[in-house]
Unconditional design. Structure first.
Length: 158
Protein backbone atom coordinates (compact mmCIF):
# COMPACT_ATOMS: atom_id res chain seq x y z
CA UNK A 1 0.00 0.00 0.00
CA UNK A 2 2.93 2.38 -0.67
CA UNK A 3 0.86 4.19 -3.26
CA UNK A 4 -2.40 6.05 -2.99
CA UNK A 5 -5.58 3.97 -3.05
CA UNK A 6 -7.19 4.03 -6.50
CA UNK A 7 -10.96 3.97 -6.07
CA UNK A 8 -13.45 2.45 -8.55
CA UNK A 9 -14.07 4.25 -11.81
CA UNK A 10 -17.16 6.50 -12.07
CA UNK A 11 -18.88 8.28 -14.97
CA UNK A 12 -20.38 11.76 -15.17
CA UNK A 13 -24.18 11.49 -15.46
CA UNK A 14 -26.51 13.77 -17.49
CA UNK A 15 -28.31 15.21 -14.43
CA UNK A 16 -24.97 16.42 -13.09
CA UNK A 17 -24.30 18.82 -15.97
CA UNK A 18 -25.19 22.46 -15.26
CA UNK A 19 -26.16 25.36 -17.51
CA UNK A 20 -22.46 26.03 -18.16
CA UNK A 21 -22.28 22.69 -19.95
CA UNK A 22 -19.91 21.06 -17.47
CA UNK A 23 -20.04 19.09 -14.23
CA UNK A 24 -21.78 21.15 -11.55
CA UNK A 25 -19.53 21.85 -8.57
CA UNK A 26 -21.80 19.95 -6.16
CA UNK A 27 -21.25 16.69 -8.04
CA UNK A 28 -17.49 16.83 -7.60
CA UNK A 29 -18.35 16.36 -3.92
CA UNK A 30 -20.62 13.42 -4.80
CA UNK A 31 -17.80 11.76 -6.75
CA UNK A 32 -15.29 12.34 -3.96
CA UNK A 33 -17.78 11.04 -1.39
CA UNK A 34 -18.51 7.86 -3.36
CA UNK A 35 -14.77 7.21 -3.59
CA UNK A 36 -14.50 7.78 0.15
CA UNK A 37 -17.17 5.13 0.74
CA UNK A 38 -14.84 2.64 -0.98
CA UNK A 39 -11.92 3.62 1.28
CA UNK A 40 -14.04 3.58 4.43
CA UNK A 41 -15.18 0.04 3.55
CA UNK A 42 -11.52 -1.01 3.31
CA UNK A 43 -10.78 0.60 6.66
CA UNK A 44 -13.71 -1.13 8.34
CA UNK A 45 -15.73 2.05 8.96
CA UNK A 46 -18.03 1.93 5.93
CA UNK A 47 -21.74 1.40 5.58
CA UNK A 48 -21.87 -1.99 7.36
CA UNK A 49 -19.98 -0.56 10.34
CA UNK A 50 -22.34 2.42 10.53
CA UNK A 51 -25.45 0.23 10.18
CA UNK A 52 -24.18 -1.90 13.07
CA UNK A 53 -24.63 1.15 15.28
CA UNK A 54 -21.00 1.23 16.35
CA UNK A 55 -19.91 4.48 14.75
CA UNK A 56 -19.29 6.46 11.62
CA UNK A 57 -16.94 9.07 10.22
CA UNK A 58 -18.45 12.52 9.71
CA UNK A 59 -16.82 15.15 7.52
CA UNK A 60 -16.07 18.28 9.54
CA UNK A 61 -14.11 20.28 6.97
CA UNK A 62 -13.48 20.07 3.23
CA UNK A 63 -11.56 22.18 0.73
CA UNK A 64 -12.05 21.43 -2.97
CA UNK A 65 -9.93 22.79 -5.81
CA UNK A 66 -11.59 22.69 -9.23
CA UNK A 67 -8.72 22.46 -11.69
CA UNK A 68 -10.20 21.33 -14.99
CA UNK A 69 -13.72 20.96 -16.38
CA UNK A 70 -15.39 17.59 -16.58
CA UNK A 71 -18.12 16.92 -19.13
CA UNK A 72 -20.95 14.50 -19.73
CA UNK A 73 -19.87 10.84 -19.74
CA UNK A 74 -16.28 11.63 -18.75
CA UNK A 75 -14.81 8.69 -16.82
CA UNK A 76 -13.12 9.59 -13.55
CA UNK A 77 -11.16 7.86 -10.83
CA UNK A 78 -10.24 9.17 -7.43
CA UNK A 79 -6.94 8.53 -5.66
CA UNK A 80 -7.03 8.61 -1.86
CA UNK A 81 -4.14 9.20 0.49
CA UNK A 82 -4.06 9.51 4.24
CA UNK A 83 -2.10 12.54 5.41
CA UNK A 84 -2.54 12.15 9.18
CA UNK A 85 -4.74 10.66 11.87
CA UNK A 86 -5.19 10.51 15.62
CA UNK A 87 -7.54 8.63 17.94
CA UNK A 88 -10.65 10.35 16.54
CA UNK A 89 -9.71 12.17 13.33
CA UNK A 90 -8.47 11.52 9.80
CA UNK A 91 -6.89 14.16 7.56
CA UNK A 92 -6.83 12.97 3.96
CA UNK A 93 -6.47 14.09 0.38
CA UNK A 94 -8.22 12.93 -2.77
CA UNK A 95 -7.31 13.58 -6.40
CA UNK A 96 -9.92 13.25 -9.14
CA UNK A 97 -8.41 12.15 -12.44
CA UNK A 98 -9.83 11.73 -15.92
CA UNK A 99 -9.73 7.91 -16.00
CA UNK A 100 -8.63 7.62 -19.63
CA UNK A 101 -6.49 10.70 -20.22
CA UNK A 102 -4.96 10.93 -16.74
CA UNK A 103 -5.24 14.67 -16.14
CA UNK A 104 -6.10 16.09 -12.74
CA UNK A 105 -9.63 17.53 -12.61
CA UNK A 106 -10.01 18.38 -8.91
CA UNK A 107 -8.62 17.81 -5.44
CA UNK A 108 -10.33 17.49 -2.08
CA UNK A 109 -8.65 17.87 1.29
CA UNK A 110 -10.80 16.73 4.19
CA UNK A 111 -10.94 16.22 7.92
CA UNK A 112 -13.24 13.49 9.23
CA UNK A 113 -14.22 12.82 12.81
CA UNK A 114 -15.15 9.42 14.21
CA UNK A 115 -18.55 9.58 15.92
CA UNK A 116 -20.41 7.18 18.17
CA UNK A 117 -23.79 6.54 16.59
CA UNK A 118 -25.26 5.96 20.07
CA UNK A 119 -24.27 9.39 21.43
CA UNK A 120 -23.74 11.33 18.16
CA UNK A 121 -20.54 12.67 19.72
CA UNK A 122 -16.90 12.18 18.83
CA UNK A 123 -15.40 8.90 19.99
CA UNK A 124 -12.12 7.06 19.46
CA UNK A 125 -11.81 4.73 16.51
CA UNK A 126 -11.81 1.02 17.36
CA UNK A 127 -8.30 -0.39 17.90
CA UNK A 128 -8.43 -2.39 14.65
CA UNK A 129 -9.20 0.77 12.68
CA UNK A 130 -6.37 2.68 14.40
CA UNK A 131 -4.00 -0.12 13.38
CA UNK A 132 -5.18 0.09 9.73
CA UNK A 133 -4.86 3.87 9.76
CA UNK A 134 -1.32 3.68 11.18
CA UNK A 135 -0.34 1.18 8.48
CA UNK A 136 -1.90 3.32 5.76
CA UNK A 137 -0.31 6.53 7.02
CA UNK A 138 3.12 4.86 7.10
CA UNK A 139 2.60 3.59 3.54
CA UNK A 140 1.53 7.03 2.31
CA UNK A 141 4.24 8.96 4.20
CA UNK A 142 6.72 8.62 1.33
CA UNK A 143 4.35 10.10 -1.25
CA UNK A 144 5.12 13.71 -2.23
CA UNK A 145 2.95 16.30 -0.51
CA UNK A 146 0.38 17.67 -2.98
CA UNK A 147 0.69 21.43 -3.52
CA UNK A 148 -3.01 21.94 -2.72
CA UNK A 149 -2.68 20.63 0.86
CA UNK A 150 -3.25 23.40 3.35
CA UNK A 151 -4.51 25.88 0.77
CA UNK A 152 -5.88 29.15 2.04
CA UNK A 153 -8.70 30.99 0.29
CA UNK A 154 -8.11 34.66 -0.36
CA UNK A 155 -7.27 37.25 -2.99
CA UNK A 156 -3.52 37.67 -3.27
CA UNK A 157 -2.47 41.28 -3.70
CA UNK A 158 0.56 42.23 -5.79
Amino acid sequence: MSSAILCPRQTILPDWIDYNGHLNMAYYHVLFDRALDHVFDQLGIGEDYTRSGAGSAFTVQVHVNYLRELSLHDPVQVRFRLLDHDAKRMHFFEEMLHAEEGWLAATSEQMSLHVSMATRRSAPFPDAVIARLAELQEAHASLPRPPQVGSVIGIRRG
